[in-house]
Design a protein around this ligand. Structure first.
Ligand SMILES: *Cc1c(COP(=O)(O)O)cnc(C)c1O
Length: 422
């Protein structure tokens, strides 16, 4: 890709961008004088599609006019509502519709998946996670270890970057498995890593784990809607994600869950159950013994919050219209442009810790600014840039291809320059 360091070039790229009209499908936050902010924080909370309120309104109307009948008579009946999401969600994560369900929230789903896929024995009980895992994931793993009566310090193995490095090397994971594989029950890796932006090789990790008889699961909080994880093809046992980051479904909206189809009909697998995971034909015949639905649906507990599901449906329809391949294609160019402009700054205190290979990252670049503190982030915010700060010295910048433009990226780097040189 031949980039140029000029605003004209950025504007030209925006004109040529086949997805540029999608920006107008989102509410872009503004400052107090109604100027649009440079919003580069879709990795934390994605922006609101303008259609979301209409989708939610529809359900409120059905509730108002139909009451309980909305379960079956609504325009989008509530009873099978989760089914309306499976097809498009499955495409985005590269799964079969039957392997995917939207339910609960991410950390809850992680625990539910571990009930089924973390079955430790006295000898084989350890869990591997990446060193800079999101805190919630680490807490969940530690509590699962304790719940099963193990010492969390001995039981949790961290896949770490080497001394002086920022990224995890696959060969170091191989070493962990070859040395301790017979004691490891589960690999639970958060891809794409929320801090470094590193996208791990999911299929290779799965094959490595399975070779050592471990279960393998992924947390795609920063992957879903950002990279194409090809979940089915990786062969992973399970995956979980949230829908409020790159999936633009609103604060605290429901999470996603993937269970590989080879587990679809395994009714012997331990699981926590509730009526929504029960055979649809006999669900309301409440005296029947539990009969799990095949596929990921069989892990549902409760009837889901429809208003939140409606927000997800609104967002997935935008993805569907844009086509995930086109989104990823633009993302590669947009983030490539950001990387180019950062390199053009020729500022020695600035370095990108995210992998330089576009295949090993999503849209986010994590920028380390030597000797900076949170003040830098405050100044950027004052300059109209919404970004994310991680102690001690990293700004995470995530140009989201559905609503960010090449001009956004250019303007951000201009402001960063001003803030860093002052
Ligand atoms: C955002 C994020 C979470 C948040 O979990 P919730 O249960 O949705 O609050 C967990 N794990 C990772 C890796 C995340 O990025």
């Amino acid at each position: 890709m031949n980039y140029q360091n000029s605003f004209e070039f950025a504007q030209k790229k925006d004109t040529e961008d086949s997805l540029s009209s999608f920006r107008n499908k989102f509410h872009i936050p503004t400052d107090s004088s109604s100027n649009e902010l440079i919003y580069l924080c879709g990795n934390s909370l994605g922006l609101q599609p303008k259609t979301t309120s209409k989708y939610i309104e529809e359900e409120l109307n059905d509730w108002a006019t139909l009451g309980v009948e909305g379960h079956t008579e609504g325009k989008h009946p509530w009873l099978p509502y989760h089914e309306f999401l499976s097809q498009s969600m499955a495409k985005i994560v590269g799964a079969k519709p039957s392997e995917v369900v939207m339910m609960n929230t991410l950390t809850t789903n992680l625990h539910l998946m571990m009930v089924s896929f973390y079955q430790p024995t006295a000898k084989k009980y350890k869990i591997v996670i990446e060193a800079d895992a999101f805190p919630s994931d680490k807490y969940a793993m530690e509590s699962q270890l304790r719940f099963h009566g193990f010492d969390e310090k001995e039981g949790l193995i961290l896949w770490k970057p080497r001394e002086g490095e920022e990224l995890c090397r696959f060969e170091d994971l191989e070493t962990i498995l070859s040395e301790q594989g017979n004691e490891i029950a589960l690999l639970m890796i958060g891809s794409t890593n929320y801090y470094s932006g590193q996208a791990y090789p999911l299929k290779k990790i799965t094959q490595l784990g399975h070779k050592h008889n471990c279960k393998v699961g992924f947390d795609l909080a920063h992957g879903a809607g950002n990279i194409q994880p090809n979940l089915h093809d990786t062969g992973a046992d399970f995956a979980v994600w949230c829908s409020y980051k790159y999936l633009n479904s609103g604060p605290g909206s429901l999470g996603g869950c993937f269970v590989h189809e080879r587990h679809a009909n395994n009714k012997d697998l331990k699981r926590f159950t509730g009526w929504w995971g029960h055979n649809k034909e006999t669900r309301f015949n409440m005296r029947k013994e539990f009969d799990a639905l095949p596929g990921a649906e069989g892990w549902q507990l409760s009837n889901p919050p429809i208003l939140s599901m409606a927000a997800i449906r609104a967002s997935l329809d935008v993805f569907e219209e844009a086509g995930f391949e086109n989104i990823r294609e633009k993302s590669l160019q947009l983030t490539g442009f950001l990387e180019f402009l950062l390199d053009e700054m020729h500022n020695e205190s600035i370095s990108v810790i995210t992998p330089r290979n576009p295949e090993e990252r999503g849209c986010q670049l994590s920028i380390q600014v030597k000797n900076a503190d949170k003040n830098l982030h405050t100044k950027l915010t004052e300059a109209g840039v919404i970004s994310d700060w991680r102690e001690p010295d990293v700004i995470r910048i995530a140009p989201a291809p559905l609503y960010n433009s090449f001009s956004d990226v250019f303007q951000f780097v201009q402001k960063l320059k001003q803030v860093v040189t002052n």
